[in-house]
Design a protein around this ligand. Structure first.
Ligand SMILES: N[C@@H](CCC(=O)N[C@@H](CS)C(=O)NCC(=O)O)C(=O)O
Length: 227
């Protein structure tokens, strides 16, 4: 990891955001959420890659553990040394500092609905597919690779069944909530990609499939996607 404290002064954002660096990972769906939000806000801070897969993983080593106590990506470091973790917290921080375009809809109920979709993904689906959980199931619980994959597929499938019903309740536009891409979409699109990587056809969730197809036409979602 490079250690640099160069502050980011965004060229197009209406307010300067004092980010020194983003701890990023190309394959991580949580890091993808943050890349989408930064793109929507026209921010392009310095990125420090953190390896989270395989023998070369650096995220559980003392250097990164000293930065993010949870040893997860993404995280951001501000120019004053403050480290912010958890994508929903970081994205809402960006939204407060750079209000345009807004990532939360108008109206308290619509905002709660948008957060409920984001949280359904972040809390109730995403953790089941993380490297740490897969490693525990394989190495400690002794499950074969196929069994780990089936286990992950089960929770991702059941979770997205629920999110399909949730989005059906709240959707009033082209995307998950309305006609502006926001936090519900920022959490949904990366999780949809994980589902596809696990062999799901998004067509089994017709509403989510439509929303994700629309999102993938937006540069903020397509240009920041994991390889
Ligand atoms: N709830 C956290 C999730 C962060 C997370 O689990 N990130 C994954 C990558 S997608 C990670 O760092 N995993 C490392 C591991 O599981 O060991 C957030 O929203 O930021």
């Amino acid at each position: 990891m490079n250690i640099s404290q160069t502050p980011v002064v965004p060229s197009n954002a209406s307010h300067a955001v004092p980010i020194a660096r983003v701890f990023d990972n190309d394959r991580s769906s949580a890091a993808y959420r943050l890349r989408i939000a930064l793109h929507l806000k026209r921010l392009d801070p310095k990125r420090d890659p953190v390896v989270i897969h395989g023998a070369a993983a650096t995220h559980r080593e003392p250097v990164y553990a000293g930065i993010n106590p949870q040893r997860l990506v993404p995280a951001i470091e501000l120019v004053d040394g403050t480290v912010l973790t958890q994508t929903l917290a970081i994205i809402e921080y960006l939204d407060e500092l750079v209000p345009a375009p807004p990532l939360l809809p108008k109206g308290a109920a619509a905002r709660a609905a948008a957060r409920s979709v984001a949280l359904a993904v972040a809390c109730d689906i995403h953790p089941f597919g993380t490297p740490r959980v897969g490693l525990y199931l394989g190495e400690t619980a002794g499950l074969a690779a196929d069994a780990v994959r089936d286990w992950t597929r089960h929770w991702v499938g059941e979770g997205l069944d629920s999110v399909e019903r949730l989005v059906a309740l709240h959707r009033k536009g082209r995307y998950a909530i309305d006609d502006a891409p926001g936090i519900a979409d920022i959490f949904l699109a990366p999780q949809a990609l994980v589902a596809e990587r696990l062999g799901f056809d998004l067509g089994q969730w017709p509403i989510l499939a439509k929303v994700v197809a629309s999102l993938r036409r937006l540069p903020a979602f397509s240009e920041t996607a994991p390889a």
